[in-house]
Ligand binder design. Sequence first.
Ligand SMILES: Nc1ncnc2c1ncn2[C@@H]1O[C@H](COP(=O)(O)OP(=O)(O)OP(=O)(O)O)[C@@H](O)[C@H]1O
Ligand SMILES: [Mg+2]
Length: 1059
Amino acid sequence: MNPYRVLPIFTPEKVEEYRNRNFYELSPHIYALADEAYRSLRDQDKDQCILITGESGAGKTEASKLVMSYVAAVCGKGQEVNKVKEQLLQSNPVLEAFGNAKTVRNDNSSRFGKYMDIEFDFKGDPLGGVISNYLLEKSRVVKQPRGERNFHIFYQLLSGASDDTLKKLKLDRDFSKYNYLSLDSAVVNGLDDAANFRTVKNAMQIVGFMEDEVQSVLELVAAVLKLGDIEFKPESRCNGTDESRIKDKNDLKEMCELLGIEQSVLERAFSYRTVEARLEKVSTTLNVAQAYYARDALAKNLYSRLFSWLVTRINESIKAQTKARHKVMGVLDIYGFEIFEDGDNSFEQFIINYCNEKLQQIFIELTLREEQEEYVREGIEWTNIEYFNNAIICDLIENHQNGILAMLDEECLRPGTVTDETFLDKLNTICAEHQHFESRLSKNSKFLTDHSLPHNCFRIQHYAGKVLYRVEGFVDKNNDLLYRDLSQAMYKANHSLIKQLFPEGNPAKVNLKRPPTAGFQFRASVGTLMKNLQTKNPNYIRCIKPNDKKASHIFTDSLVCHQVRYLGLMENVRVRRAGYAFRQAYEPCLERYKMLCKRTWPHWRGPAREGVEVLMADLPVPAEEFSFGRSKIFIRNPRTLFFLEERRRQCLQDLATLIQKIYRGWKCRSHFLLLKKSQIVVAAWYRRYAQEKKYQKIKSATTVVQSYTRGWQARKLLRELKYQKRCEEAVTTISAFWHGTQARRELRTLKEEARRKHAVAVIWAYWQGLKVRREYRKFFRANAGKKIYDFTIQRIMQKYFLGLKSTMPSMSPIDKSWPARPYRFLDGVHRELPRIFHLWRCKKYRSQFTEEKKAVYEEKLEASEIFKDKKALYPSSVSQPFKGDYLEISKNPKYQKLNSAVDEKVLLADVVNKINRANGKGTARIFLLTKKSVVLADQKTGQVKASVPLPDLASVSVSTQSDGFFALRLKEGSASAVKGDFLLSSEHLIEIITKLHRTGATAADSEQLNVDISDEFLVQFKHDKVCVKFIQGAPKNGNSVSCKRKNNRLLEVSVPTTA
Ligand SMILES: Nc1ncnc2c1ncn2[C@@H]1O[C@H](COP(=O)(O)OP(=O)(O)OP(=O)(O)O)[C@@H](O)[C@H]1O
Ligand SMILES: [Mg+2]
């Protein structure tokens, strides 16, 4: 029962009180039921569902939260588990903010259905959850009945958001600015929207929404508010049709900015509607009413899709992370049965009430019908209890052929004009006979007049009372039509969330099929839910509302009575009273309680039923407390069950004690044995250790004593040995001295004796000598003298030659050293031997020569024959090798021409100076010598100036001094002699002359070339003979030789004196 005030019965103490207690043990409480469900789930591995039903405002949502908080309090703890719990609990404020609203019945009425599966692991710790939502009452977004509000989030955002946030969302705090917010009940007593907004934001953060996701959600909420403020005005067109125009584009602009939509696109979507048939597209203008319809449809869709997205997003966060098998506890909190007294019930109420009918159906199925049928099936004696089965009402609504929802769908899909009235007509024709359906026409057809039933309404007699539905809007709401232009405009938005919400707006995925109707979708999802619930063990919380005033302390009997009755609680209680509180199949029952009887413990070999019978007979339970069915045992009172459970608990305790006792005994004994074993090991080790120590001690003591004894003995021995040694030494010394004395004495005697013998021998020798000399004096002089002399000389020579062998000079021909002679008489040998040796080593030296080297040395030899001791220049030339081709004429490209002009091999090529007769100065010329001729050529150009065949040469004149002047004298009368002789000077004079001399000698049939060496010679210049005179001059102008013309017939060459 809703107390409408906070009672102190939901405290942590109460949680502890109800924790792990039997269901009937304490007074009824939501915690008792939650505990029962949780324990069945944890201990018996049965999936559970908790169905919370009741009228709107009866306290279902509160009850569901209490169940969740209880489960959260009693299940396991830990960082991860606590996070999951917190996320599950915090999903409530978020969903309530977006899905709850103030209605006349309830200030926090759930305007959507919610079924939440909480998943647990085998220990009973929560792993996560899955939330399913059912049909949000989206019509509330655009219009609220009198005295009601829009969804909380709109008011919360405007009251609770900071100025900054509101500015960003382009919103104003003033509710009155927004058409979609009803003003008469904008502020609700006891509801702090601003504080709730903070709670919601905090909850979103805990659940795991990102900062930008929260912002996107708020932008959408703001966009819905802005959308409501867009207004249209009519504008007539020339063809007479009415068209709508947006009155003030400011709101549209702001909304477009918020959602990133191009203003013109949305504006067009509000003005035109494009209908796409299979092949063609037709665009029609919208009139004002249609534009408003389009705007509201967009607002409703935007909001309801946002809500579904929120649910999906929360599911993502609270999804169980493991794939391990889990148990499930479902909590169903769905909108409660709703009746507007003034007959203003619409499609939403119809849907809500249909859902409640289905839940009632499940309740009836599982408690009343199923239970009674079970008694009959099991053969238990039973008097049937009557109850109202609402299956007939469910059938009226959901029947696939002629149910109201099916007919509504049919109307919506039918071609031609379809209105709410045609739908009502259809109902009137098809459902007129149904006993739970009433309408003006059906009544009229039965000749009944009911003025409480307007023309455009029909009435259904629900299990919870009669509800009058106004057909207005049924078709539209069922169609739930959003013009494609609008969804396409939304898809074009530059806003990720909006794009996600309108996937059908994607031009690439145009689907011409009609989307399923709202009624169809709802029926299908309710069908799935029912199937799901039937697979689980149901637990019921039936909420009762004490009054219609939302006030505490008021108890309206009639209202409560009405609820109790239509909820079928009376029948339920009756069935429960007459029936049995508990039933269980024989096998699990025997398994659970077999420890209560010695005959069934630990194993019962026979059939389970007999085992249970034996068991029950053994227990002090009166026979009327239980009955044996065909497959189950039925226990009438909870008391008996508690008794069984209590006995079982005690037995389990005893068994546990027994197990503990044996285990402890075993543990202690094994511990003792281990200790004993360890003690033996420790003692053994210790003894060994102690003995070892003792042994070490004795050993070291023994060693000390031993060492002392040995030391003492050793010292004694040492002393003795030393004494012995000293004695021996003394003996040795004494004997040595004694022997020494003896030896010296003997030596003296021997020496004396030897001296005497020697003296005797000497004296005897002298005497003999004297005797012999006297005897042989006459023969000696004639023969012995010469022999002795020859022998001595021979010995000396031998010694000298042998000595020479080791003191021989080196093999170099220029080495002039020779070992000195020891005696003067060796002078001759001393002179001859070096000469022979030198000749021999020169021969050796020559024998290594190659042909070229030989030629070079021959030339050198010839030079020496010509110039040695004749010309002062010669000695300096000895060490200079004769190179011959100084100009490298064959290789040098400069002289290529000259080279080709000369036929034979060039023997010598050098630069010489040709002396001018006129001034004595020289001109550089190339001097070439071949086998046959001498060639003079220009040094620069290589042009041949003169070529003299060797036979034409008469002689060569040179001075005796160290100059390089030479004159080539030509044979008189020869062809070359016409031009006269040549006076030349060269640095390689010796080489040139030698080569000339040699070549002249080898040239065929020519005479030897004469070389005149004198300090004055004549040179024939053309016609005149000039005398060239060499004088010795003072060393001036460096060491250069100068040539001067003295007169017409004399050239004087001054050669500096060489030091
Ligand atoms: N156990 C309770 N203790 C105190 N107040 C309660 C309790 N249960 C419900 N109420 C009060 O009743 C109001 C309505 O409860 P609740 O929203 O749970 O109803 P509901 O059955 O879910 O209604 P609807 O079907 O409209 O969603 C709560 O806002 C709260 O003020
Ligand atoms: Mg609720």
